[in-house]
Design a protein around this ligand. Structure first.
Ligand SMILES: Nc1ncnc2c1ncn2[C@@H]1O[C@H](COP(=O)(O)OP(=O)(O)OP(=O)(O)O)[C@@H](O)[C@H]1O
Length: 475
């Protein structure tokens, strides 16, 4: 018998060993060895590893008694720092995880139809400063929940999906006959019903409201979801009462806040520590300044070195997003070299950036200018782009006119033509409009702190290694 044969571990012990080994290496890796989660996203690789070990699909519940036990064990291993604020949130989420054991918002069998449905437990809305570990605690909770129907989504992606469903439903409605009055039809309730059939637990990362189209439907959508027994856990940088702060027509949005607070208890997670700024080994120089000599040539060389390992030639690429063609001038395999103008100076949005993140594992962003109030729309796009890249662990190489921390400044000028036209269209005086976030840039300034924090982590060696898709199976 081989040494391996004699020493063979039981599948669960082997999985436990893998997890403990991973804990020493990285906290994200811990999540990576859990089914369904790889840091922030869904990991097919983790699931496949799991199934090789054992026919029975297994979860972290086989290793830990719950998310709190899991958190404690990673702290013990030294991969995470003890944080009393995180522990308090974990304790609460641990209790919810126990309450949700076997929870369903629909009747699963004929037998269950004979009984009244259980009262759904309250969810949680976790908010706090950037990098304090909100997503990490939520993901750890999520990976332990033993509910048949659970979904973990990025809020942006979720709302895009909702708007797509609304569009699809409206398209499927019978067309109005000439000369007949159109029948008013409310698509939100059936869509909420559809979503509630897919998920009894919805975990939202990055709950934020910046879009008036989202703001106007949230109350009805969430009220219907809650009435259908969907339990919501969300993370956000804003307390509920500050959502859509200074947004257009906010009076129509405000009732949503009360609905959210009725069904989700607010938890603050704010240790004051941005863990992304911990001293961690760097991946090498990935942020360049345009004032550096021959910097464009340096980036060309870096691109060529990475492109050399690709099984492709350098060529333009055309992405197909919602039946629109988006052309990117320079790409090679999974690497794409763009200018800021190409990505953020055009009318692109979250769905385009999600497609970039899906297709490429490395993105060069050249020539980022100083982002002033006049470039507010471009700054907003950069924020959305970095959120998408970070969530998909896409690596970035940046060339900018200013250091990261000084990239976005509010210069107080309202000189932009587009803003003036919009103010006129809305019949607003300049003074009146200056308090609205779409004109003041305050929302972008606030969100940009997250961008800075994320781009800081994106320059670490750990992030660069995690972003390597070459060894991962293509899905
Ligand atoms: N207690 C801790 N010790 C060490 N690292 C930690 C700890 N908590 C979180 N981190 C790390 O800090 C980084 C940021 O965590 P996370 O993404 O959960 O923050 P966040 O609060 O969701 O940030 P944002 O508001 O920007 O979305 C992650 O890489 C995470 O692994």
């Amino acid at each position: 018998m081989s040494v391996c044969g004699r020493m063979r571990m039981s599948p669960s012990a082997l999985l436990g060993f893998k997890c403990l080994f991973a804990a020493r290496f990285s906290s994200r890796r811990i999540l990576a060895c859990l089914p369904g989660l790889s840091g922030r996203g869904y990991s097919v690789e983790a699931q496949q590893q799991q199934q090789v070990l054992d026919e029975r699909p297994r979860g972290p519940q086989d290793l830990y008694s719950g998310p709190l036990d899991h958190y404690t064990s990673i702290i013990r291993e030294g991969a995470l720092k003890e944080d009393e604020h995180q522990r308090a949130v974990m304790l609460t989420l641990d209790q919810l995880h126990q309450t949700l054991r076997g929870y369903s918002n629909t009747h699963t069998s004929l037998f269950s139809r004979l009984f009244t449905k259980p009262e759904p437990p309250n969810g949680y809305y976790i908010y706090g400063d950037v990098g304090t570990g909100k997503t990490m605690v939520m993901d750890m909770f999520y990976s332990h929940v033993e509910t048949e129907k659970k979904k973990r989504v990025h809020f942006h992606g979720f709302m895009l999906d909702v708007h797509k469903r609304i569009h699809r439903l409206k398209q499927s409605m019978p067309k109005r006959k000439a000369g007949k009055m159109s029948i008013s039809y409310d698509p939100i309730a059936p869509i909420a019903e559809e979503i509630s059939e897919e998920a009894a637990l919805l975990c939202f990362d990055e709950f934020q409201v910046t879009d008036i189209a989202d703001a106007m439907i949230l109350k009805q959508l969430f009220e219907n979801l809650f009435l259908k027994g969907v339990v919501v856990v969300a993370t956000s940088n804003r307390p509920p009462q500050d959502l859509y702060k200074n947004g257009l027509q906010r009076v129509n949005f405000v009732p949503f806040i009360a609905v959210l607070q009725r069904y989700c208890q607010t938890l603050r997670l704010d240790s004051g520590i941005d863990y992304r700024r911990r001293n961690r080994p760097s991946a090498g120089k990935l942020y360049f300044l345009s004032s550096e000599p021959d910097v464009q040539a340096t980036l060309d060389k870096k691109f060529d070195e990475l492109a050399f390992k690709q099984n492709d030639i350098t060529r333009p690429r055309i992405m197909n997003v919602n039946n629109r063609k988006v052309r990117l001038e320079k790409a090679c395999g999974s690497i794409v070299d763009c200018t800021f103008e190409e990505l953020c100076d055009r009318p692109l949005g979250a769905s385009d950036y999600l497609e970039v993140s899906r297709l490429f594992d490395t993105l060069f962003i050249r020539n980022i200018p100083l982002l002033t109030l006049n470039k507010k729309a471009q700054a907003r796009r950069l924020i959305t782009l970095v959120d998408a890249l970070y969530d998909h662990k896409v690596r970035v190489v940046i060339l900018a006119d200013h250091p990261l921390e000084e990239l976005f400044v509010l210069d107080g000028e309202h000189g932009h033509d587009e803003s003036n036209i919009l103010m006129d269209d809305l019949g607003l005086q300049r003074d009146e409009a200056s308090s609205l976030s779409i004109f003041s840039g305050s929302e972008e300034m606030f969100a940009f702190q997250r961008t800075v924090s994320r781009l800081t982590e994106m320059q670490t060696e750990e992030y660069w290694i995690q972003g390597d898709r070459s060894a991962k199976p293509k899905v």
